[in-house]
Design a protein around this ligand. Structure first.
Ligand code: SF4
Ligand code: SF4
Length: 326
């Protein structure tokens, strides 16, 4: 049956520190963050109850009652949806500790606290999903926290997923700690590694990341790139006023290619975007256009736009359309 819904509403799950949610998308007008289980601490999930609740929500959605928190979200689309009970969009984001100090990170508010929080062990929960047939082999599993490579169960968890033959594992890592499990997954072509470098020079790197790891990260990226099979993206989160020079951005694309990497990702700092969404300065569009339209000039193969950058693109297209119509 054709109706308007989204991949997360249908088959998604997101593990956060104290809750299980449907997705982690939040910069649209509705604000996202639809909680499924509150006060969660890594307990095994009662899947019958979860799917019963999900099906109830699905009936409302079929009748056009989209959750208010989804209002304005670009993930919504009208199409035929598979209504079977399974999960194929997983975000593992229950950890907040990190060996980096990005100024745009939510953890920057209280680094000491976020680094001291002891996350629950998610390994048994994912193992249970596999054993109960809840997790589809076609699933996209995304790691994002926190820094996953310093999570106690990380290596075992990645091996569990690789052994189960999940072939689309997306790992957001700062690249400071080299992971043999990531290397293995890249060799098997089952992992996409995304590393935010947000710069091309040591000076800007340290300004954004507040850590002395510029050379180490690029060395690790070069070593990951030698695996050939998997997909690696360096990412640039544009922070107006901090790393917003076109020169820095151009060099980032060049440095990416020189490291043996052929793919990039681009985003804009969340708080700045939310504040300035209706009044984007022209020079931001110039940088955006350069990255999104001309990455192939640097012999790069693709540019993935993250949430804010996607919203910027859609807003601009909508504005151009309405200007043409009026
Ligand atoms: S529509 Fe957006 S906010 Fe709602 S579940 Fe989907 S991704 Fe999340
Ligand atoms: S690498 Fe990620 S988790 Fe760590 S400080 Fe930067 S944005 Fe936050």
């Amino acid at each position: 049956m054709k109706y308007t819904s989204c991949i997360h509403l249908e088959h998604g799950i997101t593990f956060f520190l104290n809750s299980v949610q449907i997705c982690c998308i939040s910069s649209h007008p509705g604000g996202g963050n639809i909680v499924q289980i509150e006060n969660y601490n890594g307990e095994l999930i009662d899947w019958d109850t979860l799917f019963k609740n999900r099906n109830k929500m699905r009936e409302d959605i079929k009748n056009g009652l989209i959750p208010e928190k989804c209002s304005g979200c670009y993930y919504l689309e009208e199409r035929d949806w598979n209504c079977d009970n399974y999960i194929d969009e997983v975000l593992i984001g229950h950890f907040t500790h990190c060996n980096c100090n990005c100024i745009y990170c939510y953890t920057d508010k209280d680094k000491k606290y976020f680094n001291s929080v002891n996350p629950y062990n998610i390994y048994p929960v994912i193992k249970d999903m596999i054993e109960k047939g809840v997790l589809s082999k076609n699933a996209t599993i995304t790691f994002g926290g926190g820094e996953p490579t310093i999570l106690k169960e990380f290596e075992d968890l990645v091996h569990l997923l690789l052994d189960y033959d999940v072939y689309n594992i997306r790992i957001h890592s700062d690249g400071i700690k080299y992971s043999p499990a990531i290397e293995k997954g890249l060799k098997l072509g089952k992992i996409t590694l995304i590393t935010s470098v947000d710069s091309s020079s040591r000076q800007i790197y340290e300004k954004v990341k507040h850590v002395n790891a510029f050379d180490k990260v690029w060395k690790n990226l070069e070593n990951y790139a030698k695996t050939k099979n998997g997909l690696i993206r360096t990412k640039y989160v544009l922070i107006p006023g901090v790393n917003d020079s076109l020169h820095e951005v151009k060099n980032w694309m060049k440095k990416t290619y020189d490291a043996g990497i052929r793919n990039i990702a681009f985003d804009i700092e969340d708080n700045w975007f939310k504040t300035n969404r209706n009044n984007i300065p022209q020079y931001i569009y110039v940088i955006f256009d350069f990255v999104y339209k001309f990455y192939s000039q640097y012999k790069l193969e693709s540019c993935e736009l993250y949430e804010r950058a996607s919203n910027l693109k859609i807003d601009r297209e909508n504005k151009q359309k309405s200007d043409t119509e009026s």
